[in-house]
Design a protein around this ligand. Sequence first.
Ligand code: PLP
Length: 453
Amino acid sequence: MKPFIEKARLEEIIKEIPTPFHIYDERGIRENFRKFKQAFSWNKGFKEYFAVKATPNPSIMRILLEEGAGFDCASYTELLMANDVLKSFAFDGSPGEKLSPTVSTKSASGGSPGEKLSPTVSTKSASGGSPLMFSSNVTPDEDFLLAAQIGAIINLDDFTHIEVLDRLCGIPETISCRYNPGGEFKTDESGNVMDIPKDAKYGFTHEQLIEGYRVLKAKGAKKFGVHSFLASNTLTNDYYPALAKIMFKLAVELKEKTGISLSFINLSGGVGVAYRPEQKPNDIKLIGEGVKAVFEEILVPAGMGDVSIFTELGRFITAPYGALVATALREKHIYKEYIGLDACAANLMRPAIYGAYHHISVMGKENEPHDYKYDITGGLCENNDKFAIDRMLPKIELGDIIYIHDTGAHGFSMGYNYNGKLRSAEVLLCEDGSHKLIRRAETPDDYFATLRY
Ligand SMILES: *Cc1c(COP(=O)(O)O)cnc(C)c1O
């Protein structure tokens, strides 16, 4: 696995922006997104709603918007951010779908959630939908209201939310429901269990879903979608096709039982990336073809060939195109060999909470023998604050630049402030080779800003 930036270039950036920071590769993000879009271009209404939680930075979101993505939000703040990005895009008069900006989210955040906001964007874009999806759960009233006001497609997580939304602001014309089929989820080919939906907190049961669409229709909804997210970080080209099969059959059943013809089917997130060098990355072209085959097998014969496919990928879109850059700060020789970094789990939580593997390169030593065994740690007073355990690496000198791969999704965004550790900066490596600070590092003042004493 190779870093997407050369050591000399990284050293230049570090002179200006001290480590630790996350750096993102604009070129990689754009190229990958184009391949992904191409793989689903057979579907006329296809749209990716980038899962904002993966990389909630307007500069990254702006790149994805330029490539044709919308945004999937799950909270009030994510809605505000996505709406701001849409507005900046519309004001700059960039090419793409015509968007008509209206709402200032600044006032929305300051004002009461009930204040009247008109939709940011025309809901009659090319794909016939909104550029915003709202797939939340345990949704507070003000989140529902904001989503409705800015014209996001609301994807209800539960049957009881129908009543809540109706009471708050009425059922919008376009509405989506999240499906939880229960049981265990297996792919067709291998039969391996990928995840256990019956243990997941999300979505309607099958019965609730059928009844839910009946109720929504009676309450005046006109366009319907369905959403499901059954497994995370899958490393098989079968996940989306297997999920699509379940969803497409469900769409046919819904039509028979309720008379509702779905406008879109949202396959959500879950297409994973190869974090380990020995893993085989997903082939997005094959995944697109796999979904197409099921589409032609099930939906087309049922007269539903005009259904739009939506996705809400996060990890697949940005994970490989981000890295956490840190410096080797301290060494320790006790029962094991340790290298301590100026970054810690507060900057990248995945190894600590999931035991997740992130590949590590010692910049400039990629081709040296990997004959030293280290634990690479941060400085939290938590023994799980380890980026790697028993990792074979080249001999590390203090001051070496440590490059932790694949942090572009669910990396910075899962950060926290334990031990008073501060969130890092984020840097964009632009397509033309220049770089941009797209988020400054936190300072102690930021940490103290919310305290009252
Ligand atoms: C987290 C999430 C996603 C994105 O998941 P990835 O694994 O990053 O692709 C999409 N939709 C919803 C509702 C999510 O919660």
